[in-house]
Design a protein around this ligand. Structure first.
Ligand SMILES: C[S@@+](CC[C@H](N)C(=O)[O-])C[C@H]1O[C@@H](n2cnc3c(N)ncnc32)[C@H](O)[C@@H]1O
Length: 640
């Protein structure tokens, strides 16, 4: 694992043995084997790579990398007392949260424990069913049903309650202090339905039981709308979705009756309370996420941290968020969505934290993103996602005002080589035309003619051309928004599709660790084709550049890897904005490649990404993204 990225042509028997010894922690044997491999390696490039690996091995051995604190041991910070939030009524989004006063960027504005949480199915064997952190080797099962697994007695008791403490522990030093209602206790007497039912139904069961326990009422499901005050979406659901909710509400009622309280009556009132609750969970619950690295199949951050070498430069780029749980946070469910959010949500164990990502003036809405933001997807895809997942038409700024990112993210370039305009497909053009707000500064210029628009920025041109009173423009498939030139959209789309088959092939060969030169040559040729057809800021080009960067990393050719990585970031900065956390992850990758090359400009990029991570994650950045600590340590080494 440690020396995973050595070029294939230096992958001799000695090299392989060196890798195995490095993985096993046999430092001296590993150095010996790699030194022999270096002597036997005929190419200068290959020798240099082995030298780099030897150097890294030496540094790794000399200076054991400090492990980041685990999420469990982190104290949750308090929200500063000067932060005062208010729930207000908004014209188009129902209730929403605002701040009474100005809030600086990177301020913690909210921290909340969940009302109820449930682990997702695919994490049942790998994560603690209470705190959702990764399980250690010695897990503790539920003492009663033995199905859920916990990372500690603390979590076991909090989930199962003192009733589950075995006799052997009575009289020992172990003193559970329960501040909450054990959330798994009601599930473990009989058939283990939580492992079978969908997560949101199990979550609903936990909400119902907690509310009943709090009210001391066990015969009927209480009025949950009054208790929780959540908005619902039942009326907006399709008949099929409604039917599904009705069926699950009855199933859940029977399960609760069977394993929790036989007093609980199975009647229409209780079933309809659960139907409403399930519809509320659809729009108010939040996915609890953890960072995952694709360097290996597990996402144990500490292993990742320990095993990472700069030779594995693509690792940082492969970081993605993985859902581990689903939770309901009562107060946080009052924050509305924006595709251009000004707050960011993250988790320490099961605690939700919200932090501002920009300066927010007093009275301004505080909004987070429920799904892919501007820069990740175009407007039509975002709108469809929010309709399908959350049943609402988004009225955020990103979806109601023209923005440059949405215009170019999937656009084609103009056929006129002197024009920087963009050509949209029909679906995107129609979506953009439906954005109701055209900023005033733009409307004032709507008398301008095509030739006068030549040097005006694309956003302004787009606004004018999307203004339906302007008949001189053809906004639709195949016409340039800037100069009006026509191109055959269908045939160009076909060429793009064909070019992508080369990138898919290259990706497959990286995945199967078998990058042959022909695949790389074909992909490089196709990149040229994509650049001649797609708009310079089309996200497809950024993805293609990223795949090439990965492929070059894989074969140990870091210079072209760095160039392709930079080219990808340049586009992403246009789409997301330069300070978005998505750029931070890309910079982590670029800095890794630069470090592998001994390029000191890595320092500049590490400074930039450190600032971004501390804006988005505050002092917890190193716990959420341990690789940041590795990069910061390397930065100090270079600066010294
Ligand atoms: C989690 S709740 C947020 C609080 C909610 N506004 C309330 O009154 O309780 C999500 C619901 O708020 C509304 N909402 C949130 N963001 C919105 C947006 N950008 N555009 C339109 N409606 C939005 C939708 O009705 C959505 O189903």
């Amino acid at each position: 694992m440690f020396l995973h990225l050595l070029a294939m042509d230096v992958d001799t028997v000695w090299c392989r043995r060196g890798k195995v010894n490095a993985t096993l922690g046999n430092y001296e044997d590993s150095v010996h084997d790699l030194s022999v491999a270096k002597d036997m390696e005929p190419s200068i490039g290959g020798k240099k790579q082995i030298e780099r690996e030897l150097d890294m091995l030496a540094r790794h051995h000399e200076k054991k990398i400090p492990k980041p604190a685990s999420q469990k041991s982190v104290e949750i910070p308090d929200v500063p007392s000067e932060i005062k939030l208010q729930c207000v009524k908004t014209p188009d989004k129902g209730r929403g949260m605002v701040s009474q006063f100005d809030i600086p960027q990177a301020s913690l504005i909210h921290a909340e424990e969940p009302y109820a949480v449930v682990i997702l199915k695919h994490c049942r064997e790998t994560h603690c069913h209470y705190c959702l952190n990764e399980l250690p080797a010695d897990t503790i099962p539920c003492f009663s049903c033995s199905l859920p697994l916990y990372c500690s007695q603390h979590c076991q008791v909090r989930a199962g309650g003192p009733i589950h403490i075995p006799d052997t522990m009575v009289g020992s030093n172990f003193k559970p202090t329960l501040e909450c209602i054990p959330e798994h206790k009601h599930e473990c007497q009989g058939v283990h339905w939580p492992a079978i039912l969908p997560s949101d139904v199990v979550l609903a069961g936990r909400v119902v039981v907690k509310t009943m326990e709090q009210k001391g009422q066990f015969t009927d499901v209480p009025n949950l709308s009054e208790t929780l005050g959540l908005c619902e979406s039942y009326s907006k659901m399709s008949p099929e979705s409604k039917l599904e909710l009705h069926i699950y509400s009855i199933v859940l009622l029977f399960c609760l009756h069977h394993s929790f309280s036989s007093e609980l009556s199975i009647n229409g009132d209780s079933a309809s309370q659960i139907v409403i609750l399930l519809s509320q969970i659809r729009v108010n619950s939040i996915a609890v996420v953890r960072m995952k690295s694709n360097t290996n199949d597990s996402y144990d951050q500490q292993d990742w941290f320990q095993n990472f070498s700069f030779g594995e430069a693509e690792a940082a780029s492969s970081v993605e968020q993985v859902r581990v749980g689903q939770a309901l946070y009562k107060a946080a469910s009052l924050f509305n969505h924006s595709c251009l959010p000004n707050i960011h949500a993250y988790f320490i164990s099961r605690t939700l934290l919200l932090r501002t990502t920009e300066f927010v003036s007093g009275g301004c809405p505080l909004e987070l993103s429920y799904g892919p933001p501007v820069g990740q997807w175009d407007c039509k895809d975002r709108l469809r996602f929010l309709e399908e997942e959350y049943f609402f038409r988004c009225w955020c700024r990103g979806c109601s005002e023209v923005n440059e990112s949405d215009l170019v993210i999937s656009g084609f370039c103009c056929v006129n080589p002197n024009c920087s305009g963009v050509i949209l497909d029909n679906l995107v053009a129609n979506c953009e035309k439906q954005k109701p707000k055209v900023p005033e500064t733009i409307s004032n210029e709507s008398h301008l003619q095509v030739h006068e628009l030549k040097d005006i920025d694309i956003k302004k041109v787009a606004n004018i051309s999307l203004d339906q009173t302007q008949s001189s423009f053809h906004v639709g498939s195949g016409y340039c928004l800037k100069c009006g030139s026509y191109c055959n959209f269908a045939s160009r789309s076909k060429e793009v599709k064909k070019a992508w088959t080369d990138f898919r092939r290259l990706q497959d060969s990286i995945a199967s660790k078998d990058t042959c030169g022909t695949n790389l040559t074909d992909a490089l040729r196709s990149l040229g084709l994509l650049r001649s057809i797609l708009h310079a800021y089309n996200k497809g080009i950024a993805e293609a550049e990223d795949i090439l960067a990965k492929a070059f990393c894989f074969i140990g050719d870091f210079e072209p890897a760095r160039d392709h990585c930079k080219a990808s970031i340049e586009i992403l900065e246009k789409l997301y904005g330069p300070n978005h956390i998505a750029i931070g992850y890309e910079l982590a990758k670029l800095a890794s490649i630069q470090l592998a090359l001994g390029d000191c400009t890595a320092v500049y990029n590490i400074n930039r990404l450190s600032a971004m991570f501390s804006t988005y994650y505050g002092p917890q950045a190193g716990i959420i993204f341990p690789y940041l600590l590795v990069l910061e340590r390397e930065r100090s080494r270079i600066i010294q």
